[in-house]
Structure formats: structure tokens, C-alpha cells
Design a protein around this ligand. Sequence first.
Ligand code: SF4
Ligand code: SF4
Length: 103
Amino acid sequence: MGCRLNYLKNVVSLKLNREKCTGCALCTDVCPRGVLHIQNHKVEIINRDRCIECGACSTNCAFNAISVKSGVGCAQAFINAIITGGEPECGCSKNGRSSSGCC
Ligand code: SF4
Ligand code: SF4
């Protein structure tokens, strides 16, 4: 993967419960940032600070082994903007968190 950008250090809400992980590898397939890796039949978080909290891993894990507060930092809004070619908008300006929108 060519992109080397990291998210802010030590703020990612990604959590893994290795006891529940079956090693199916679906989360590694859907992760757009190469954060996850299968090792010894279980998933490992190999680069936490690259996670953009998109939520794809937790959404696709059928065993509730991985969780993340998706949308934190308006990551989802930026992903949607890239996909649609529009401006990022997460609604943060509507609830008083920001006057300019997207945190
Ligand atoms: S999708 Fe869930 S069960 Fe499958 S490897 Fe990832 S964390 Fe483990
Ligand atoms: S939240 Fe997104 S970027 Fe972070 S580990 Fe899961 S799939 Fe990868």
C-alpha cells in the first residue's frame, strides 16, 4: 500500500477481543489501511495509528471480535467525500460542535 499517512497517535478507538476471533480474515480484506494482519490463526493489530475509524472491520466481523467508534474525527465524512467527489460533511456543524463543519 503506497499511502504512509498515520492518524493521530494513540487516539484510535479500535479494540480487539482475540478470544472471540476465529481468524476468518474478513476484516483484513476490508480494511483500507492495512491495520490488521492474521497471525497464528488470529487477527493482530499491526499498525493502530494508521486506522481511520471507518468501521469496515467491525461491521464485517460476524463474531463481534473487533470494535471501533466509527465516524470519530469525521473520518467517515472524508471517506464519503472522496467516494462522491463532494465536500466532507458529518453534521458536526449542526449540533454545535463546530461552526465551520467537519470538526
Ligand atoms: S472478521 Fe472478526 S473473526 Fe474474522 S479475523 Fe477479523 S476479528 Fe477475527
Ligand atoms: S476501522 Fe477501518 S481503518 Fe480501522 S482497522 Fe477497521 S477497517 Fe481498518
